[in-house]
Write a protein that binds this ligand. Structure first.
Ligand SMILES: O=C(O)C1=C[C@@H](OP(=O)(O)O)[C@@H](O)[C@H](O)C1
Ligand SMILES: C=C(OP(=O)(O)O)C(=O)O
Length: 436
């Protein structure tokens, strides 16, 4: 029997939400800490499925970590292994966490050993071939045990035999992130250069990667988005204590709620100096007519009349862009989200899933290989929303219960709401708190 949650129409939203830690920052910091020299204290790590698989994998690899509960949150203490993993063989379950499997594959391939990595069925449909090709061309030994180009993987001992790697950047930026994170392990006696083939997508995620690599003491020289060079002889050094920002993608649901149904709604934990590209979601909402204010560690959204339709390129914020597709239901005309082909290879085929579920609430939807056009209905239709084991489908569609300035929300049933555990286990409680 399908588990579900029923949401009644919400007339007004208001309040403040303390965001959970950023998934992207959490999993990067965990791996960098494990590879570094020294002890790292990680404050406010995200507690969710995606970080749980990374933490479990590190433990299976012999990396020691402990969790300390404090009055204000949590501190994870990780003892770095300076690039030498205690366990030379392990079988690792990666769930559906792209930010865990891609960088870990690169790390284990470069370090070498006898490792298997696998995940949920959807993980075995998510591409990893561009990363494996880049690694194996450089001398690692990574094999597919299922379909070529996809997990599961078997990693054996290899040996890096090149100073220059190239990787495709047009399917997922996580492949370049993975190579950048392990480049210092390859750059023992000579510099390593990574060239990007094809137009790099999701560029702000590379900025997160570079920012965190630098905080662990390694410099990367960058030539546009085409080439990255890491100087030899550097080992990641513990930054001591490192703080995880609140998740800017998770912020998008609350900010959109404020923009649609009154507000003000404030998210706490990210602000104007955030290293996450998804804070630029606020600018897209502003373009739609919402009123946005930002502080060092908070962002606030409120509506000022009906939302305006938007037609824009969303390649830089692929995750938060899903929330724009929902805000489009409350806009004054058709909206088009362009350059989002990567949606098709994420937790589900998000262009297809979004189109199907938006039609259930009455929208007219046109989808293409890399775009979606949403024409809002005169009134939202009550619907049962399928979520495709995709946390963002569940979180996005909760917003269809909101009454906007132009049209009223509908009663909505969200099937399998627990899929939010991937990044935001407390999502529906947080949403209920701002619903008045
Ligand atoms: O590097 C990261 O932390 C991420 C990169 C993006 O993926 P793509 O580069 O595959 O678009 C994003 O969708 C994902 O949720 C997190
Ligand atoms: C695409 C996503 O996740 P992943 O890190 O598994 O790629 C996401 O969280 O929207």
């Amino acid at each position: 029997m399908t588990d579900y949650i029923d949401l009644q129409p919400v007339k007004h939203v208001q309040g403040a939400v303390r965001l959970p830690g950023s998934k992207s920052i959490s999993n990067r910091i965990l791996l960098l800490s494990a590879l570094s020299q020294g002890q790292v204290a990680i404050v406010d790590l995200l507690a969710s499925d995606d970080t749980a698989v990374m933490l479990a994998a590190l433990r299976s690899l012999g990396v020691q970590w402990t969790e300390e509960k404090t009055a204000t949150g949590t501190i994870h203490h990780v003892t770095g292994v300076a690039g030498v993993l205690p366990n030379k063989s392990a079988d690792l379950f990666m769930g559906n966490a792209g930010t865990a499997i891609r960088p870990l594959t690169a790390a284990l391939a470069v370090i070498g050993g006898d490792y298997t990595l696998h995940g949920v069925p959807r993980m075995h449909e998510r591409p990893i071939g561009d990363l494996v090709d880049a690694l194996n061309a450089a001398g690692t030994n990574v094999e597919y045990t299922g379909n070529p180009g996809f997990p599961p993987l078997h990693i054996k001992q290899g040996k890096i035999i090149t100073e220059r790697l190239s990787v495709r950047g047009d399917v997922s930026s996580q492949f370049l992130t993975a190579l950048l994170m392990v480049a210092p392990l390859m750059a023992k006696d000579h510099a390593i250069t990574i060239d990007v083939i094809g137009e790099l997508i999701s560029k702000p995620y590379i900025e997160i990667t570079l920012n965190l690599i630098r905080r662990f003491g390694v410099k990367v020289e960058q030539t546009g988005w085409e080439s990255f060079t890491i100087q030899p002889g550097k080992v990641y050094q513990s930054p001591g204590t490192i703080h995880v920002e609140g998740d800017a993608s998770s912020a998008s649901y609350f900010l959109a709620a404020g923009a649609i149904a009154g507000g003000p709604v404030r998210v706490e934990g990210v602000g104007k100096d955030s290293i996450q590209g998804d804070v630029r979601f606020a600018a897209a909402l502003e373009q739609m007519g919402a009123q946005i204010t930002m502080g060092d560690n908070w962002i606030e959204a409120r509506s000022s009349g009906p939302l305006k339709a938007i037609d824009a390129d969303f390649n830089h914020i692929p995750d938060a862009a899903m929330t724009i597709a929902i805000a489009a239901l409350y806009a004054d005309g058709p909206s088009t989200l362009r350059n989002i082909a990567s949606w098709r290879v994420k937790e589900t085929d998000r262009i297809a899933a979004m189109a199907t579920e938006l039609r259930k609430v009455g929208a007219v939807v046109e989808e293409g290989a890399d775009y979606i056009k949403v024409t809002p209905p005169a009134a939202l239709t009550p619907a049962t929303i399928d979520t495709y084991d995709d946390h963002r489908m569940a979180m996005c569609f909760s917003l269809t219960s909101l009454d906007g300035a132009l049209r009223k929300g509908a009663t909505v049933r969200i099937n399998d709401p627990k899929c939010v555990n991937k990044t935001f286990p407390e999502y529906f409680n947080a949403f209920a708190k701002i619903a008045k």
